[in-house]
Design a protein around this ligand. Structure first.
Ligand code: PMT
Length: 415
């Protein structure tokens, strides 16, 4: 069985989603995992410890000072016992306490005392989730290696709609099953997140991805370092979310994700023509491509010969594909990207306004492990006058899942 001999310490904190946790435990035990449960004081207001004792087959741990523990130090024994600590649901308060390193109850001391991977599955009101304090705490936790099973979009117990619902129990369990087993040591680097397949059901999504090539003569061109990885990952995530996806790709060496309709182009003018001809029939346009802002005024028919020490090329502006789509009479929900090397917030927000976009994904480039051609990426997303979510560095596939969830949520609010 996938989780045979894996010791999972399940920590329950005080949110309404605590009622879903027994289902997570039941499924984990079905795959062979051994479970111990820790409950915070407020979690016990939502579900009785007896329920968790019944599904885990073990007495529930609630006290920091435990006279049943061999050396009276229950937190150390549990921290050593656990191959993995799974906090489900993790409240905003729990994330904040973990980020600060608070150690005044059983769970918080275990989090400091364990050397094993810690996974958090947050659940909270969507405004609390999006609050800069919560996002900053998450960023801190992720920078320390804590693994996030991101909450999903949908209707919430508080009556709001947005991101904050606990990831569905079967998905949490699937994520744990995908733990890589490396020489007997559990590593959680490969925990996959999947998109809810009904999030964008029936929605038509158009994306651009990759670089453009601006020919100078038959053998030379102007281009950039875009690999297409970010755009292709988004196309895949949008398809997984149930969307009908068309991907206009510049010259890249990537396989087309299953179910995606791909149209290959080379220059910005070609990308512009195709995008404008399709965008009117689409619901969402995501402009990930690194489109050349300029092209040479005249492409030479023959290879240019060396004639002197320098050479002058005259460049003229390319049309702005995204701005032109966003100014269409019946425009789709428009999501832009902004690749910046400095002043990310100000420049990205400037483009959001100037191009009349619904959202913009600010991408710091020219740094390690982010932006062009990297397998990982970290971005800041902006919308409206103050909307902002930061996503710390993660694989482009995982980021794409998070971005599609956010885009679907904001698109859903509009429609
Ligand atoms: O492809 P990868 O190697 O995975 O790298 C990903 C990425 C770094 C290319 C991607 O995350 C990214 O940031 N894409 C936007 C790159 C860019 O050209 O940014 P910009 O700030 O110059 O353009 C702003 C927006 O306008 C972008 O959405 C761009 O697609 C769009 N644009 C720009 C110029 C133009 N003529 N037409 C456009 O549509």
């Amino acid at each position: 069985m996938a989780l045979n001999n894996v010791n999972i310490l399940v920590a329950v904190t005080g949110g309404i989603a605590a009622y879903k946790c027994p289902e997570v435990i039941r499924r984990l035990t079905e795959y062979g995992a051994s479970i111990q449960v820790v409950m915070t004081e407020s979690a016990r207001e939502f579900v009785k410890p007896l329920v968790f004792q019944a599904v885990s087959g073990n007495a529930v741990h609630v006290d920091l000072l435990d006279d049943q523990a061999e050396a009276g130090m229950g937190h150390i024994e549990l921290a050593r016992w656990a191959d993995v600590v799974l906090i489900v649901p993790a409240t905003a308060n729990t994330l904040a306490r973990m980020a600060c390193g608070v150690a005044d109850d059983l769970l918080s001391t275990i989090c400091l005392a364990t050397r094993s991977p810690v996974i958090v599955a947050p659940a909270m009101n969507s405004v609390m989730w999006e609050h800069p304090a919560t996002q900053a705490n998450l960023k801190t936790l992720q920078s320390r290696g804590i693994i996030l099973l991101a909450p999903e979009a949908g209707s919430q117990a508080c009556g709001e709609t947005g991101i904050g619902r606990l990831m569905e129990p079967e998905k949490i369990v699937e994520s744990l099953k995908q733990m890589a087993c490396d020489g007997g040591q559990l590593t959680m680097k490969h925990v996959a997140q999947s998109t809810d397949s009904s999030l964008l059901k029936g929605v038509k999504v158009l994306l651009t991805a990759g670089p453009t090539r601006e020919a100078i003569d038959p053998v030379r061109f102007i281009s950039n370092h875009s690999s297409g990885k970010m755009g292709f990952a988004l196309a895949r995530a949008a398809t997984d979310a149930g969307a009908e996806v068309t991907l206009i790709a510049g010259p890249v060496k990537l396989e087309t994700p299953g179910g995606v309709k791909r149209i290959d182009v080379s220059s910005a003018l070609q990308m512009h023509e195709i995008a404008l001809s399709i965008a009117g029939e689409c619901d969402i346009f995501i402009s990930v491509a690194a489109v050349a802002d300029y092209r040479v005024d005249e492409i030479k028919a023959q290879k240019i010969k060396k004639t002197g020490d320098d050479m002058t090329l005259t460049l003229i502006r390319n049309p702005d594909i995204l701005a032109d789509v966003a100014s269409m009479e019946t425009k789709p929900f428009c999501v832009g990207f902004a690749a910046e090397t400095e002043n990310l917030d100000a420049y990205a927000r400037g483009k959001l306004q100037k191009k009349n976009l619904d959202m913009i994904v600010g991408n710091l480039v020219g740094v390690q492990s982010s932006g062009f051609n990297s397998d990982t990426n970290a971005v800041d997303v902006f919308w409206g006058s103050s909307g902002h979510v930061a996503y710390s560095s993660r694989s482009k596939e995982s980021l794409a899942t998070d971005l599609i969830t956010l885009i679907a949520s904001r698109y859903g609010e509009r429609h």
